[in-house]
Write a protein that binds this ligand. Sequence first.
Ligand code: AMP
Length: 420
Amino acid sequence: MIKAVTGTKDILPIEIPRWNYLEEIVKKIFSQFNYREIRTPIFELTQLFARGIGEATDIVSKEMYTFLDRSGDSLTLRPELTASVVRAFVEHSLDKKQGLNKLFYVGPMFRQERPQAGRFRQFHQFGAEALGSHDPLLDAEMIIMAYDIIAKLGLKKLVVKINSLGVPSAREEYKTVLRDYLNQHLDKLSEESKKRLELNILRIFDSKDERDKSVMKAAPLLIDYLDSESIDHFEKVKSALQNASVPFQVDATLVRGLDYYTHTTFEVVSGSVGSQSALCGGGRYNGLVKELGGPDLPGVGFAAGMERILLACENENSFKAEEEKTDVFIITIDKTLQGFSFQTALALRRSDLIVETDYLSRSVKAQMREANRLNSKFVLFVGGDEFVNGEVVLKNMSNSEQKNISKGNLEEIVKLIKVN
Ligand code: AMP
């Protein structure tokens, strides 16, 4: 038997109501903040991610699904969507149409990571990007949206961590200080971190290696080297969050290793999903649009992992998705009337009802069981003496009331079902 590829999983019909519920909330909250949906291709030229995410990142250096297509172009399945959204923004000159573009997306991403609970090779993210404004209120808006969506799902054990990376010049200065410090402790660092010292020094803060952790505990922090403009920006973000009643903690070790990241970074972490605890992450990236060949415009955004959020919801039992209901199940008593049931089902569906009938020549009892399993609000009996008398019988499953209706009177059936 051929199985699904390692790290991918099927989302079966029974799980779909939870996914739909999450997507409904996501779309509702994004639209309340006036973000518009964008859909970009599943694959892009590899170069886009190499430049847009950065060669030195784990994603680009070891996790991308990259392949040559038949014309020899190097293509990559999207590992995240910020680079794609910015590419589309630049390609379609969206900045010429309006000063500020607020965009959101929902969809699958692909990374060849080691699969574990909450970590997959195909997973889904929703996220938002606001392109064109330096306003720190937009940094706060991202965090508020992420928080509101996650809180609306009923999750309780949440921590919002925020930090500021400041502007690149202050960061460069700080990197020299950090490098000096780490050079003094070189013998205590892991091999991986020694490599990062040259390539992506800030990412050493993300290391899970105990040796690195103890060195980093006493490391100088970027937040102490911020210039006044960056401090002012950060203060405005914090005060907007306070006013929005979003509880947060400043975590000076929350870094994003790329040069075009500026000012705010944030993460929402859950206490109920084990080691893969980050539900979402984001920040401001004032250098990215230019890096990808566009105008020198600022941006800010975030992405959230949907599998992880749903896992946290399951572990906290935070919401119950509404079960799918069928309006009416047509029970065929007399097998020779299957054609009539099929036609009636079709006519009722075309009148906007959710309808099912029997395709397995089941007994009346088995059809009743099926009607119950589908949470049918009504059943319609087709057959027996009533049918001979030109009638069908509509039964309301919530109060067991039955009504005989002339078999040709579909309008009456539709009316009775719709008022309930
Ligand atoms: P990132 O784009 O790496 O900042 O990730 C943003 C969010 O996407 C994370 O906080 C996770 O919730 C989710 N995520 C990232 N990678 C994976 C993965 N391999 N499997 C499942 N979720 C992921």
